[in-house]
Design a protein around this ligand. Structure first.
Ligand SMILES: Nc1ncnc2c1ncn2[C@@H]1O[C@H](COP(=O)(O)OP(=O)(O)OP(=O)(O)O)[C@@H](O)[C@H]1O
Length: 498
């Protein structure tokens, strides 16, 4: 079967398809790429081959005469085999593809298979296996080699501070799903660390050497979305004086992180869905389509399922993005992580600002424990930033006049060691009735505070940021996120190429 000479360390691939012509086409395509190939026409034949040897990758059609590619995939997973699986599904059967990804397939291809895409997906599955094992070598080698990026991935996981059971679960899930191509949707309140999760997914994947492109979907003007995502050819719109790559091109071979995906307008959702399904994009003003090899990680603080119900988010796109979900806990659900978080954030802030790292003693921790912190870790970071900036030598103390904290102090009785807040400060801001939609309620509060502070500071963002104890980047981000219109200056920051 395998007649062409192959390099001694080439990867080995098993192709399973019952149509002899297609089998030959795939086999020849792969042999030309320098891989070693075996083929099988049924589940039984494939199982027989798998009994006798290991492969690096198995590519299987979904529908086979005596079963399904899914059965083979599940068998491999049950036996904890190292083969990466690519399944081929009929055009339009999105459910099969999603089910296969959920069951642990590395990736899927839609029939009729585009050979360029076929080569790309296989290359992507092989990439990161490292020193590709020759047949007969212990399977663990392939697994170890596939994990050949422990330091980068470890560092990114460590940046996600917190050892509470909820955070341990999140980190385990990241490590488990990082290696595949399945789209991941990260869900969590604002400030819970969704971007850190996306970075960890990228760093733990075999794409870690490729780019990570982070995009805030809510911050791009609607008329620029298409050009920003897919690129634009010179002259395609006023101001396009040269060819410009889009986020998809910039993320080629890496990860595209779509933050605030729930803010994407419906028209753009349709275009994004097409790009994800076809894995091809067309730059604005171009007649040519180009293939893209990008892993999609998206994030939202919204309830996307509810947005689907309300007709604000396309169900098919939701289905595509949400193949794997990672839910990030709010800080109030993991209060036990506060000491570790404070230590890590203080060290980071002190390093960034050149200020000393204050000691955290029981009193400082007790003070911090009194804060509700509805803005999660980002709010904790802001509180600590202000405390360092305003504090004296010695252990960290929250300044009694820390106005931005007043609203967040809990109603619980203050400890005598704390700088006590008048109870009315806490209750004045507490709604008579609990909000139906906490995030919308918090957004509204945040918006009012920002508008007030911007007005007080003549719409100078730097002065407003200083007044509120947050960084310029954060205030820009919040202004964009909450859609606050500034009288003179436009906000141009939307993509953030890491
Ligand atoms: N577990 C964590 N460990 C350390 N730092 C964290 C953690 N979670 C969040 N942070 C810090 O909090 C800030 C906000 O995090 P991040 O931007 O990832 O949140 P987010 O959930 O993406 O927020 P948003 O929805 O508002 O975009 C960042 O400075 C980040 O480094």
């Amino acid at each position: 079967m395998n007649s062409l000479p192959t390099p001694p360390t080439s990867a080995s691939i098993l192709v399973v398809d019952d149509e002899p012509d297609l089998r030959t086409l795939y086999e020849l395509t792969l042999l030309r790429e320098g891989y070693r190939v075996e083929t099988a026409g049924s589940v039984q034949d494939a199982a027989q081959l798998l009994l006798s040897r290991r492969f690096d990758v198995m590519i299987s059609d979904m529908r086979l005469p005596d079963g399904t590619g899914m059965e083979l995939l599940l068998q491999l997973r049950e036996q904890a085999r190292p083969e990466r699986c690519i399944v081929m599904t009929a055009y339009g059967s999105a459910e099969n593809a999603v089910d296969a990804l959920r069951a642990g397939a590395f990736d899927y291809l839609t029939k009729p298979v585009d050979l360029r895409q076929f080569r790309q997906v296989v290359a992507s599955a092989i990439q990161g296996i490292g020193a590709v094992p020759t047949p007969g070598v212990a399977p663990s080698m392939a697994v170890d080699a596939a994990n050949s990026r422990p330091l980068q991935g470890d560092a990114a996981l460590k940046a996600l501070v917190g050892e509470s059971p909820a955070m341990q679960g999140v980190k385990q899930r990241i490590a488990k799903v990082a290696k595949g191509m399945a789209p991941v949707l990260v869900h969590g309140e604002s400030g819970t660390g969704k971007e850190l999760v996306a970075r960890a997914l990228h760093a733990c994947s075999q794409r870690a050497d490729g780019p990570l492109v982070a995009v805030n979907c809510g911050a791009i003007p609607e008329n620029l979305l298409e050009a920003e995502f897919f690129g634009a050819r010179k002259g395609s719109y006023t101001g396009a004086t040269q060819d410009r790559p889009g986020y998809f091109q910039a993320a080629q071979g890496g990860t595209l992180f779509l933050d605030e995906i729930g803010d994407l307008p419906l028209a753009m959702q349709a275009k994004l869905l097409r790009a994800i399904q076809e894995r091809k994009i067309r730059s604005l003003g171009s007649t040519q389509e180009e293939a893209v090899d990008v892993r999609i990680v998206s994030a939202t603080h919204r309830d996307l399922a509810a947005q689907v119900q309300a007709g604000q988010f396309r169900q098919d796109l939701f289905y595509r993005l949400n193949v794997i979900e990672i839910a990030l806990p709010a800080l109030r659900e993991r209060r036990g992580d506060l000491p570790d978080l404070c230590r890590a954030l203080l060290a980071k802030l002190a390093h960034e600002s050149g200020l000393h790292t204050p000691e955290l003693d029981e009193t400082s921790l007790a003070q911090i424990a009194q804060l509700e912190l509805p803005g999660n870790v980002r709010e904790l970071e802001n509180v600590l930033h202000r405390a360092i900036a305003l504090g004296d030598e010695g252990p960290l103390r929250l300044p009694p006049s820390m106005e931005s904290c007043e609203a967040t102090l809990s109603n619980q009785p203050s400890s005598s060691t704390l700088a006590p807040k008048p109870p009315q400060a806490a209750t004045a801001d507490t709604p008579a009735e609990l909000p139906q939609d906490l995030q919308a309620w918090l957004d509204e509060k945040e918006r009012n505070i920002l508008v007030q502070a911007l007005q007080d500071n003549g719409f100078n963002r730097t002065a407003t940021a200083t007044r509120l104890g947050i960084s310029l980047r954060q205030i820009r981000y919040r202004i964009e996120r909450l859609g606050i219109d500034l009288p003179s200056e436009g906000n141009k920051h939307h993509g953030d190429n890491a």
